[in-house]
Design a protein around this ligand. Structure first.
Ligand code: TPW
Ligand code: MG
Length: 542
């Protein structure tokens, strides 16, 4: 076995189903082994940001590591933004980069793709990943690979592996299987009991589900825990879509001032708020009507459990939940049931212009008739519109909020699961990565893509209505679908929207792009309230 094969087997052992990538000469030896060995399939896209987003999406939907392979310099620096996003949103994306070999580095010539120094790239990735290795020694490579992959999995964070091109075919030992580090059982007992005591002392406990539950595949256990404890469950904004398939779905998503008032009060008035795997970000909490008292909340995140003013360290979420489940019997259900959020349904198919809520309504009707579809959403009003769509699997950059995620993430989702996704994307974001749809034909992907075309960076217009730079030209996105191997329809009325969605569900096999024309200034109510909520907390603009 050579180092490339050892790495690919180690990824596969840890649940990776495919590698996304774009080759380059420093990475060609690795890519050649990847193709020839067929240990994992390779999916190439057009631009490295999309490679990163697709691999990130695959990791999110399969609750495991994602793998992205790039070349040195030009390729690796192109993926930096996607890796940073993955770090922020706790996604264990593994980047494998080619690199110059030892001999050529020593020749003294500047090498193509080199930036400031040969190791500049390694240093950059050190800042945006939790573990790094340069595989320049065949004896240590297997343990280095194991260490890096297992650290990424344990912390649910990205990692970086640099494979010099003269090492890709060097023989080495296989990588050992991952070993779980045991948790301190006394600390776990104390922690689980303290959390349970807090919850039983509270008169209105609430459980908020955050993304780490998905990353560590804990949704079923948490549903069971909530049932036994008889506590209402909501998701964070980032955690939207969690528990969507559970027989105890979340009541809705906490959106502070932008959300359903009953649900907002439930969370903000709780005297026992249990935050499980919730990122404590401004997008999750900056929109609170009143400050959530974190001192009174219980927060399990990043392998720590904070209760008031003390912290249990090295307390993985999975162990905490197992520890709690082992200590609670099912309670008799005494609490009055709380109503969940209702989502708009029943689109009137008339000649009125389309609003974002009409799109949510049309999708709810569609899913009501044909079953839930997973959604990949970009940033922009489309993501706020997704909050009006009945709960279903959702992947979106709700915290890091980088544009361009939706299309490649939807493609990664379909590659990783085989399920046909719905992709929601604004025209601005579509301008960034929409071209990637041209790769659908090769892999027989058939996402339904809805472009919210308001010829505008509309979210920014809400913040700065006076600035003209937010006006975009009206590109004809539907017209580019056929040459890219898909179908495209431009819709301007509610009737046309409904007909196009209906057609899209019946015509599989290639991507179906619906370009929904929306007037400038026509935004969802949730977005309007959300941005107002966020800007109230900011220093006044200059
Ligand atoms: C990679 C900053 C946040 S929202 C936005 C920008 C430019 C406009 C989005 O326009 P779009 O959606 O997609 O047409 P909509 O509904 O607002 O009209 N660069 C990156 N990411 C972000 N978030 C920005 C800039 C931004
Ligand atoms: Mg727009």
């Amino acid at each position: 076995m050579n180092i490339s094969e050892a790495l690919l087997h180690a990824l596969k052992d840890r649940g990776v189903g495919q590698v996304f990538g774009i080759p380059g000469d420093f990475a060609l030896p690795f890519f050649a082994v990847l193709e020839k060995s067929a240990i994992l399939p390779l999916y190439t896209l057009s631009h490295e940001p999309a490679v990163g987003f697709a691999a990130d999406a695959a990791a999110r939907v399969n609750c495991t590591l994602g793998a992205a392979a790039v070349t040195y310099g030009a390729g690796a620096f192109n993926i930096v933004n996607a890796v940073t996003a993955a770090y922020a949103e706790k996604c264990p994306l593994v980047v494998i980069s080619g690199a110059p070999g030892a001999d050529e580095s020593a020749r003294g010539l500047l090498l193509h793709h080199q930036g400031k120094a040969l190791d500049s790239q390694y240093k950059v990735f050190t800042n945006i990943t939790c573990a790094q290795a340069r595989l320049d020694d065949a004896d240590t490579a297997p343990t280095e690979i194991g260490r890096v992959l297992d650290t990424a999995r344990q912390h649910s964070l990205p990692a970086y592996i640099e494979l010099p091109r003269d090492m890709a075919n060097v023989s080495c030992q296989p990588v050992s299987s991952s070993r779980a580090t045991p948790v301190d059982t006394d600390a776990l007992a104390a922690c689980a009991e303290e959390v349970l005591a807090r919850l039983s002392d509270a008169s209105s406990p609430v459980l908020m589900a955050g993304v780490e539950l998905r990353r560590y595949r804990l949704e079923d256990k948490v549903a069971e825990l909530a049932r036994r404890l008889d506590v209402p469950v909501v998701t964070s904004f980032m955690g939207r879509g969690l528990l969507a398939h559970s027989d105890l779905p979340a009541l809705g998503t906490y959106l502070g001032v932008a959300g359903e008032p009953g649900l907002t009060q439930l969370v903000e008035n709780s005297d026992g708020l249990l935050l499980l795997g919730v990122i404590p970000s401004d997008t999750n909490f900056g929109v609170s009507a009143r400050q959530i008292n974190m001192g009174r909340a219980i927060h399990a995140f990043n392998r720590q459990v904070k209760l008031g003013y003390h912290v249990y360290h090295e307390m993985p979420l999975a162990d905490l939940i197992d520890g709690m489940l082992a200590r609670v019997e099912a309670r008799s259900h005494s609490r009055a049931p709380t109503n969940g959020v209702l989502y708009p349904r029943g689109l009137t198919a008339d000649d009125n212009k389309i609003t974002p809520t009409d799109i949510a309504r049309a999708i709810n009707d569609l899913m009501g008739a044909h079953g839930l579809m997973p959604i990949a959403s970009d940033v922009g009003d489309c993501l706020f519109t997704a909050m009006e769509i009945a709960q279903t699997d959702l992947i979106a950059p709700g915290y890091y909020a980088g544009m361009g995620y939706g299309v490649p993430a939807g493609m990664g989702l379909q590659i990783a699961t085989g399920n046909r996704p719905l992709i929601l994307v604004g025209d601005g974001a579509f301008q960034m990565t929409g071209w990637e749809l041209g790769n659908c034909q090769r892999y027989r992907l058939d996402p339904i893509v809805i472009v919210f075309n308001n010829a505008s960076w509309e979210m920014l217009r809400v913040l700065r209505p006076e600035c003209k730079f937010n006006d975009l030209d009206e590109w004809h996105f539907a017209d580019m679908a056929v040459p890219l191997g898909g179908t495209g329809v431009r819709v301007a009325t509610r009737k046309q929207l409904q007909q196009a969605l209906d057609r899209a569900t019946h015509e599989g096999g290639k991507f179906f792009l619906i370009e929904a024309m929306i007037e400038r200034g026509e935004i969802s109510d949730i977005l309007r309230r959300y941005l107002k909520g966020l800007s109230r907390k900011r220093p006044s603009k200059g």
